[in-house]
Design a binder for this molecule. Structure first.
Ligand code: FES
Ligand SMILES: [Fe+2]
Length: 404
């Protein structure tokens, strides 16, 4: 198969949608999980989800499941949710607080840091120290938790260092998650991610979004709007800089990082229906600048930071043609529901927008499933997809070479 896969990669001409098999083949899906997702950093949550010793949550994708827990020393650890006895899932709950993790099969018992505490009826020379749950790489960046299950994860630190001054005024570490919604879509994860990476579809597909966000319109009027906003951005305490590092441009950083602030139309302080604020200003911002920041920390992890709330997106593969689009809303941790924000107003825009996306992505998959689909050319507004394809194919090619 890996031979066939190389042939498939070599057929790809660039600046197009991918050949059909990338969205329809079980074998490619397995390789996606094994060689792409398992070698990528994935945003799994926020530190404020696990403030106390014993707090944990589980993050699943593809065939994998990872436990993220706060141990007795107050350290946060991540480990595979795969028992070292005969491989059962150890933790069944999605989140909670516990003293120990007890495997439901034969009751091997693990500490909060993943080390094995006890196993019944084993040989006398059995050494518990050799059977900890497998550690998973973990980084916490301003409260955002990232994991990577690879033995040699890609270099995330250099990109985070460059991103640091741009995101620091928002104080992401002082956020709390106030709502998450799942929009399951009958499509391959790449179609869901590709849809997020371009705003070519925004004007025709997203009425509500297009009313307030300028990204759907690349015309020169926008450059003026953007310059005007950037002046305000700097006045309110944002840097005004942009960041764009990707595989095509740099050999030093192995991941894609992107930061750009773009303007909302006149009369909009944030992504609200009325244009008015939705929650208290984030971090050290002094006022609303009428903009929002697109932030990418590795291709799989996308955030949108308004002046008063942050939205995180994940496109989680569940099977070949089932993807969960997870949308997570965050506001500052001291904001009170009912007083400082209300959920209906806060979630209105990206709830409607995600429902639109769910519909168009499912239609995309239906068309691609046709035997008559042929890859089509990408527009200038779909440059993000080109960068994704280049990095994705490079990574799959490299990893399959290593493994063959
Ligand atoms: S598989 Fe976990 S205790 Fe047996
Ligand atoms: Fe969309």
């Amino acid at each position: 198969m890996e031979e066939g896969f190389k042939e498939l990669i070599s057929k790809y001409q660039g600046s197009q949608s991918l050949p059909r098999q990338f969205y329809t083949s079980e074998t490619v899906y397995k390789m996606d999980i094994q060689h792409y997702w398992n070698h990528s950093w994935i945003w799994v949550g926020h530190i404020n989800q696990i403030p106390n010793v014993g707090d944990f949550f589980v993050f699943d994708y593809g065939y994998e499941s990872v436990i993220i827990a706060r141990d007795k020393n107050d350290s946060v650890n991540a480990f595979l949710n795969v028992c070292r006895h005969r491989g059962s899932r150890v933790c069944i709950e999605k989140s909670g607080n516990t003293r120990l993790f007890v495997c439901p099969y034969h009751a091997w018992t693990y500490e909060l840091n993943g080390s094995l505490r006890a196993a019944r009826e084993m040989e006398e020379n059995f050494n518990t120290a050799e059977y900890s749950l497998k550690k998973v790489n973990l980084r916490i960046f301003h409260g955002l938790i990232f994991i990577c299950v690879a033995d040699n994860p890609p270099n995330i630190d250099e990109g985070l260092l460059q991103l640091e001054p741009l995101v620091e005024p928002f104080e992401f570490e002082n956020l709390k998650i106030v709502h998450s919604a799942n929009y399951p879509v009958a499509a391959n994860w790449k179609l869901a991610l590709e849809n997020y990476m371009e705003c070519y579809h925004c004007a025709p597909a997203h009425l509500e979004y297009s009313r307030s966000h300028s990204l759907k319109d690349p015309s020169s009027a926008n450059i003026e709007l953007k310059n005007c906003m950037l002046k305000k951005s700097m006045d309110v305490g944002l840097s005004g800089e942009e960041l764009h590092i990707n595989l095509l441009e740099s050999n030093n950083v192995e991941m894609d990082f992107y930061f750009s602030r773009y303007p909302l139309f006149q009369g909009y302080k944030t992504g609200s229906k009325s244009g008015e604020k939705l929650a208290p200003l984030l971090g050290r911002l002094k006022d609303f600048d009428g903009g929002t920041s697109d932030i990418q920390i590795g291709i799989l992890n996308n955030f949108l930071s308004y002046s008063d709330h942050v939205i995180g997106y994940r496109f989680i593969p569940r099977s070949l043609q089932i993807t969960d689009i997870e949308v997570i809303w965050m506001v500052r941790e001291d904001a009170e529901e009912g007083k400082d924000y209300n959920l209906e107003d806060l979630t209105w825009l990206w709830h409607c927008t995600s429902q639109d996306d769910e519909r168009i992505i499912a239609l995309n998959q239906k068309g691609v499933n046709s035997n008559h689909y042929v890859p089509g050319p990408l527009s200038n507004m779909e440059w993000g997809i080109k960068a994704f394809h280049a990095g994705y194919l490079k990574q799959l090619e490299e990893k399959t070479n290593i493994n063959s």
